[in-house]
Design a protein around this ligand. Structure first.
Ligand code: PHE
Length: 455
């Protein structure tokens, strides 16, 4: 019993539940799970990080994802409009729209660095294919990666190419552009990750890798770890900035949001764990440094590909798939930006996609130079480069706080009666649990994690 079924016609809808699911999984599974998660485990305390991440994803991320998709489907418009309208309806205030504005800012900032890193992945496709990485040791792949990062011109090319690949489907519209790619590429990516895990299990130091990932180490749980893991939970699920609001707006009324959300969360966790299980055994078997940082995936997996039969092909395919996983996420970053402005300004969808993409591309140079000519520039003191700041601001501040606002909105502002119908839990128990999580647990937990960071 959805109250807004008919309103969806104007906004367009996903052609099926499966298409929506693939797009939503495509959004959440991306560089965050395969590139960022493993290196954050490495720099953030190993299994302690893993533990907190899992708790955050289940207790905070899942309920907020449900809230965000529900609000999106209730509003059926761009993220800002949805919040303005629902804010009006339930509280008489349109200021809720500000949450959507902050989300758009976060989306532009994330897209800016996302495209740079996804560009690395594109660059690795020909590098592997042409056999340039075959038979290299860990130290050699590390050096190859450093040399690559030291060349701003090459990075600019790949950054531009990736942004172009993002703009085109968004400019063409949700169904014709986004859906087609995700439906068959995501399953392929999973399959390849499994192959890599098997390789790591045979050739790598599997036990050391597993211990590193899973042996509980409660002593290592500090507030820094908690905040980083919270931020990663939001980033990896694509919540807190309006992506899921925008995708929820195209969701047919009959689809169960709670069930779909569980599948999305499961896919995000699974990919992250598979990536970790593929990478760390190789790290330990080759004497590499687990806290290597953003280069971790590129350095470790190329060792594996370089050593296995047919590795040049496998490796190239892997980086193609990683780039595609990144693309289905970057598209979901550009989509809410376009949706936020469409109807507000007299520009076509396609023009907005180009403008949004170009703005993010230009901003991307802050990140691009952070790995070479500006690697010693620490804009606000301390040790953080521009990239570190943009990453910190978005993942650890903007997304968590945006997510909390959405949780509060869905939990306190929307009436109980309306939210029961809109969320669509089959069991009253799970509805009450969800409501408790979005009203109390998630807001308190997340605000505590963010605030303690300032002291
Ligand atoms: N979830 C994506 C990833 O893990 C990144 C993303 C964040 C996409 C926020 C959209 C919105 O790679």
């Amino acid at each position: 019993m959805q109250s807004n079924d008919n309103a969806g016609a104007a906004a367009g809808q996903w052609s099926s539940r499966f298409a929506f699911l693939m797009a939503a999984i495509g959004s959440s599974v991306g560089l965050g799970n395969i590139w960022k998660f493993p290196y954050m485990i490495g720099t953030g305390g190993g299994s302690a990080f893993m533990l907190v991440y899992l708790i955050c994803v289940l207790a905070v991320g899942l309920p907020i994802l449900i809230a965000e998709l529900t609000l999106g489907r209730m509003g059926r418009q761009g993220p800002i409009e949805t919040l303005v309208e629902l804010g009006h309806r339930y509280s008489g205030r349109a200021t809720w729209g500000l949450v959507g504005c902050v989300g758009v800012l976060a989306a532009v900032l994330i897209l800016s660095f996302y495209s740079v890193v996804a560009g690395w992945s594109l660059a690795y496709i020909p590098k592997l294919l042409m056999g340039g990485m075959t038979g290299l040791s860990g130290a050699e792949t590390g050096k190859a990666f450093d040399d690559f990062l030291a060349d701003p011109l090459a990075l600019t090319f790949w950054h531009a190419l990736f942004m172009l690949l993002t703009i085109i489907p968004v400019a063409r519209g949700i169904q014709s552009g986004i859906e087609k790619a995700v439906v068959w590429m995501m399953p392929l990516l999973f399959a390849l990750l499994v192959v890599l895990c098997i390789y790591a299990g045979i050739e790598g130091d599997f036990t050391a890798g597993m211990v590193y990932l899973f042996k509980p180490d409660f002593g290592a749980v500090t507030w820094d770890v908690v905040l980083a893991a919270t931020g990663q939970a939001f980033f990896s699920l694509s919540i807190g900035l309006g992506t899921m609001l925008a995708y929820g707006a195209y969701l047919p009324g009959g689809v169960s949001i709670p069930r779909t959300s569980v599948v999305i969360v499961f896919a995000a966790i699974l990919t992250a764990v598979l990536a970790g299980a593929a990478i760390f055994p190789i790290v330990f078997a080759n004497g590499l440094n687990p806290s290597e940082g953003p280069g971790l995936v590129f350095v470790t997996l190329t060792v594996a590909f370089g050593a296995m039969p047919g590795g040049a092909i496998f490796g190239a395919v892997f980086f193609v798939l990683l780039a595609i996983a990144a693309l289905t996420s970057s598209v979901s970053l550009l989509e809410p930006i376009v949706a936020a402005f469409a109807g507000r300004v007299r520009l076509s969808r396609s023009a907005l996609a180009w403008i949004g993409g170009i703005v993010a591309w230009v901003l991307g140079f802050l990140t691009l130079f952070s790995f070479n000519i500006w690697s010693d520039v620490h804009p606000f003191g301390g040790t953080r480069t521009w990239f570190d700041w943009i990453d910190f601001l978005t993942s650890n501040i903007l997304l968590p706080l945006g997510g909390v606002m959405l949780a509060l909105f869905a939990g306190w502002v929307v009436t109980r009666q309306d939210s029961v119908a809109a969320v669509g839990f089959e069991s009253p128990f799970f509805y009450s649990l969800w409501r408790l999580l979005v009203r109390v647990v998630a807001p308190i937990g997340v605000v505590a994690a963010v605030v303690t960071n300032f002291f």
